[in-house]
Design a protein around this ligand. Structure first.
Ligand SMILES: C[S@@+](CC[C@H](N)C(=O)[O-])C[C@H]1O[C@@H](n2cnc3c(N)ncnc32)[C@H](O)[C@@H]1O
Length: 186
């Protein structure tokens, strides 16, 4: 919590996601088939834990977090061989996919504070996510406003928007289908 306050400029919030928001955010994921999952913005690690709790034993979670305090806390608290936790910007995903020899990504789960981030960086992260997802994959994101809806709709072939009141503050959830699936997986 203290780190949240100290790093409010990059975390975008001082409260951790509620269990209701986490359940809503992950609702569209098919954990039976998910083998490669990427997470942007680990924060306190509650979404990381929820993902690991549902993932297959042979699945892999690659989590990227900018803030070294959060990375340090999660390294101390979460011990799971399926987790690769990096102190890195979400913008480094293409390089990481190459470095780790990942194939197509099944799901990207993002807690990035899109509204307060550099606009160009956000566009780059969204474009790379769209490029790197499997045709039947999804980009999942929550936000406290609909400010990035149009930007997401410009890039992804389909964006479904959900909402939960059971979080402080209440949150919108985006479920975004990559453009590659609209192009027949080419
Ligand atoms: C809203 S908080 C996540 C809160 C988390 N869902 C929780 O419940 O603890 C957003 C997180 O994204 C991280 N972040 C911000 N910009 C980032 C970037 N470019 N790449 C990776 N992580 C970033 C922040 O440091 C922060 O931990």
């Amino acid at each position: 919590m203290i780190a949240h306050i100290k790093h409010i400029k990059t975390s975008g919030t001082i409260v951790r996601s509620s269990p209701f928001l986490i359940r809503r955010l992950l609702r569209a994921m098919n954990f039976r088939r998910a083998r490669t999952v990427v997470q942007f913005g680990v924060g306190t690690g509650c979404i990381t834990r929820a993902l690991l709790g549902k993932m297959r034993p042979d699945a892999r979670l690659i989590s990227l977090e900018l803030n070294p305090v959060f990375v340090g806390e999660c390294r101390e608290e979460i011990h799971d061989p399926r987790l690769t936790l990096r102190q890195a910007c979400a913008g480094s995903l293409p390089a990481l996919v190459e470095e780790l020899g990942l194939g197509r990504i099944d799901y990207i789960v993002s807690s990035l504070p899109l509204a307060i981030m550099d606009h160009e960086l956000v566009e780059r992260i969204i474009a790379a996510s769209d490029d790197l997802l499997a045709p039947d994959g999804l980009f999942l994101q929550y936000q406290y406003s609909l400010s990035q809806r149009a930007m997401l709709e410009r890039r992804f072939s389909d964006v479904r928007v959900g909402f939960t009141l059971a979080n402080i503050p209440p949150a919108f959830v985006y479920e975004c289908t990559p453009a590659i699936s609209a192009a027949g997986g080419l």
